[in-house]
Design a protein around this ligand. Structure first.
Ligand SMILES: CC(C)(COP(=O)(O)OP(=O)(O)OC[C@H]1O[C@@H](n2cnc3c(N)ncnc32)[C@H](O)[C@@H]1OP(=O)(O)O)[C@@H](O)C(=O)NCCC(=O)NCCS
Length: 192
């Protein structure tokens, strides 16, 4: 289902090797602060594409991305979140995470994912989802529910989430602005 995946290093750090159907070698691991340049390039490619992400088309600055990455790493260190990044050589090609929401929602993790345009449709989205859910179950104590928001037009992502057992539980019609149009903001959840 996922091509070849090998867990090659496990203890505090997590690392997987994945070969796509087209023979591309992908390394999946936790983020580091030294990933900043790759992360900035990746997020700004997604912003330029104006894909189904809450960042929209807003280009991020180095300062903003450094803060985002530092917060992500800190959340992982505190076991309040799990994050994985996939690299093709030095290029960041996918990022995913589940972060505990905090306060009265400390048992709920918010999940997010993206795959770079040229690396979609190769099974990477499914693999990242499978791995991040496993990481979350292992590392986020008290986790009971994983929830996510998805744009109603994003059929591909909705299909994938359904395959992992996520259920749609509501929609705010017109809740997000996508390429100049107000479309539905769909909420999905899965019990773990
Ligand atoms: C959604 C996304 C993460 C999926 O990643 P991906 O690597 O392309 O997905 P995969 O190749 O692993 O395929 C996963 C599933 O997506 C669905 N899918 C993939 N391509 C599809 C298509 N053209 N039409 C409908 N469903 C499709 C299928 O359910 C597929 O499972 P299958 O191979 O068993 O049929 C990726 O398209 C993406 O990053 N999109 C832009 C950003 C985004 O939408 N992020 C999610 C925000 S909520």
């Amino acid at each position: 289902m996922f091509g070849t995946t090998t867990r090659i290093w496990a203890k505090i750090n997590v690392m997987y090797k994945f070969t796509t159907k087209t023979g591309k070698e992908i390394i999946i691991r936790q983020p580091k602060i030294s990933d900043l340049k790759a992360a900035l390039e990746y997020v700004n490619r997604l912003a330029k594409e104006r894909t189904f992400l809450t960042i929209g088309d807003k280009k991020k600055t180095l300062k903003e991305e450094r803060k985002y990455l530092a917060d992500v790493i800190e959340n992982v260190r505190k076991k309040k979140g799990v994050h994985l990044m996939a690299f093709y050589g030095k290029m960041l090609v996918s990022g995913t995470g589940i972060d505990l929401k905090g306060d009265v929602r400390m048992h709920v993790g918010e999940y997010g994912i993206a795959v770079a345009k040229d690396f979609r449709g190769m099974g990477l989205g499914k693999l990242m989802t499978k791995l991040i859910i496993a990481e979350a179950k292992k590392n986020l104590s008290g986790l009971k529910i994983i929830s996510l928001h998805v744009f109603s037009e994003n059929k591909k992502a909705i299909n994938m989430y359904r395959k992992f057992g996520f259920k749609e539980c509501g929609k705010v019609p017109g809740g997000v602005l996508y390429r100049g149009q107000y479309i539905g903001d769909v909420l999905m959840y899965k019990k773990v």
